[in-house]
Design a protein around this ligand. Structure first.
Ligand code: CUA
Length: 167
């Protein structure tokens, strides 16, 4: 009885401590976005999706996930440069992982997922959806083309949104 009592007391204590911790320190950088106007205005309109090179040298990839594809379907990024991904979903919870790299996140409707990573190797990587999002889940994937930094900078200079989707 004493042992069981101690275990229960420990579990209750854990709940109180984690509850207080989350209440006093909520997760930082929660960014929300309106799903209803996602395609119409703001950061995630179609013309703004893809990879950009900012004047200060920051590389940002913007993408959206929807049943059952990513936009853009093929993403160009430079090797050996920090790349920031900003993504969201339009309909259900999706996610993606880029090959065997540490680029991995969930995409939740209404929220902007963001992370920064550096790709070490050039070449093509597969980018499958890794959250079950419906009957087409296993057919949902994109591609990531990691190109040498010089090649990327030469391409990106025009200031447009880069993708490797065939036109
Ligand atoms: Cu999208 Cu699974």
């Amino acid at each position: 009885m004493i042992v069981v009592g101690v275990i229960i007391a420990l579990l209750v204590l854990m709940m109180i401590v984690t509850g207080l911790h989350w209440a006093s320190m909520p997760p930082s950088r929660v960014e929300t976005v309106d799903v209803k106007t996602l395609h119409l205005k703001g950061e995630f309109v179609e013309s703004n999706l893809g990879t950009t090179l900012a004047p200060d040298g920051k590389v940002v990839v913007r993408l959206i996930a929807q049943q059952y594809s990513f936009v853009p379907q093929c993403i160009v990024v430079p090797a050996d440069m920090p790349v920031t991904f900003r993504g969201t979903a339009t309909d259900a919870i999706h996610g993606f992982v880029v090959g065997t790299t540490n680029a991995n996140t969930m995409l939740v409707p209404g929220f902007v997922a963001t992370f920064t990573t550096t790709f070490k190797k050039t070449g093509e990587q597969l980018m499958p959806c890794h959250e079950y999002c419906g009957t087409g889940h296993e057919a949902m994937w994109g591609r990531v083309e990691v190109v040498p930094p010089q090649e990327f900078i030469a391409k990106a200079r025009s200031g447009e949104r880069l993708t490797c989707v065939p036109r």
